[in-house]
Design a protein around this ligand. Structure first.
Ligand SMILES: NC(=O)C1=CN([C@@H]2O[C@H](COP(=O)(O)OP(=O)(O)OC[C@H]3O[C@@H](n4cnc5c(N)ncnc54)[C@H](O)[C@@H]3O)[C@@H](O)[C@H]2O)C=CC1
Ligand SMILES: O=C(O)C(=O)Cc1ccc(O)cc1
Length: 286
């Protein structure tokens, strides 16, 4: 066994999938789940995702070798503050939050002397669903996990968290917190903002026109992620607001340029934008 006791705070889609993948790999002797919703924790036990559960954070982290914080970004600071006095001197702490600068700021503020065993992390894998019932063991297979270790982070802590993720089938990469937040603002946060905004625009038109009734596959492909948890994405938008606003401004300028080309009937310009995008998308999916 790689570790004896792993505690997961927030046994939802990501925490639950991580636990399932590690159980399948048989690398933890015991997985303890902690959360606030009793029915979700009971479901986690029934599904065999965790070996025990508790709603008490202090009990959950006692004697843990590794604590994984898998709650929405807006709850991370309070979780860190609550567990700090109970963490053992050897306990390694990691998280799975979708933005990293805010989590790192929370960690510096709340984790005190435990900062040297904090390994910030983010699996680039998920779905639009939430809760343990939506979790599955293969979620991280052949997907990337980004770790953004701090100057203070003990390399042995980073090595252990890297090994755990590798056991889920993921490829682990390291980068700076700033680079992570810029890249994810563009590739994940902006698409979610656009999907929510598009569906909201159409939903408000719907009573006047039968828009959703006649929507085709393209609409389904483009808007699946607008079914994601609004609170989670609210937290991500506020946590990574600078990088998101930066890429959104860029996108707004490009969209205005496209609207202008359509208005002018500028075929060459429209075709050049669409062709450039198709080439980029085909290369990405290939
Ligand atoms: N959903 C996705 O596709 C991905 C999400 N993430 C990140 O993972 C984290 C968790 O997201 P999901 O698993 O999707 O959410 P989820 O809603 O499925 O699970 C979160 C769990 O945390 C619990 N929780 C909330 N506040 C708590 C608190 N104060 N103390 C203890 N438990 C608490 C909830 O009851 C819930 O069971 C978020 O920070 C998100 O940014 C990262 C990658 C992908
Ligand atoms: O549902 C999808 O396709 C996603 O994009 C899931 C996702 C959501 C949040 C993340 O931080 C990473 C991945």
């Amino acid at each position: 066994m790689l570790i004896q006791r792993l505690t997961i705070i927030g046994v939802g889609l990501i925490g639950g999938s991580f636990a399932r993948a590690l159980k399948r790999a048989r690398v933890c002797a015991e997985i303890v789940g902690c959360g606030r919703q009793l029915d979700n924790l009971q479901e986690a036990l029934r599904l065999g995702v965790v070996d025990h559960y508790t709603t008490d954070l202090a009990t959950a982290v006692q004697d843990a070798d590794v604590v994984v914080v898998a709650v929405p970004l807006g709850h991370i600071a309070s979780v860190f503050a609550t567990i700090r006095p109970i963490l053992a001197p050897h306990t390694i702490i990691t998280d799975v939050g979708s933005a990293k600068a805010s989590v790192v700021a929370d960690a510096y503020q709340e984790l005190g002397e435990h900062i040297c065993r904090f390994v910030p992390g983010h699996p680039i894998a998920g779905t639009e669903k939430s809760g343990v019932a939506a979790s599955f063991a293969s979620l991280f297979e052949n997907r990337r996990v980004i770790l953004t270790p701090l100057a203070e982070t003990d390399p042995q802590a980073t090595a252990l968290i890297t090994q755990l993720w590798q056991h889920t089938g993921a490829e682990v990469v390291s980068m700076s917190v700033e680079h992570h937040d810029e890249v994810l603002a563009a590739t994940s946060h902006l698409p979610h903002v656009l999907a929510y905004s598009l569906v909201d625009t159409l939903a408000q038109m719907e009573d006047r026109r039968e828009i959703f009734r006649f929507a085709a596959g393209g609409f389904r492909d483009f808007t699946r992620i607008a079914s994601s948890d609004p609170k989670m994405w609210h937290d991500i938008c506020l946590a990574n607001r600078t990088a998101i606003l930066h890429v959104l401004a860029h996108f707004n300028a490009d969209l205005a340029e496209l609207a202008d080309a359509i208005e002018q009937g500028d075929s060459a310009h429209i075709l050049s934008i669409f062709s450039r995008a198709k080439t980029a998308r085909d290369k990405f999916s290939g």
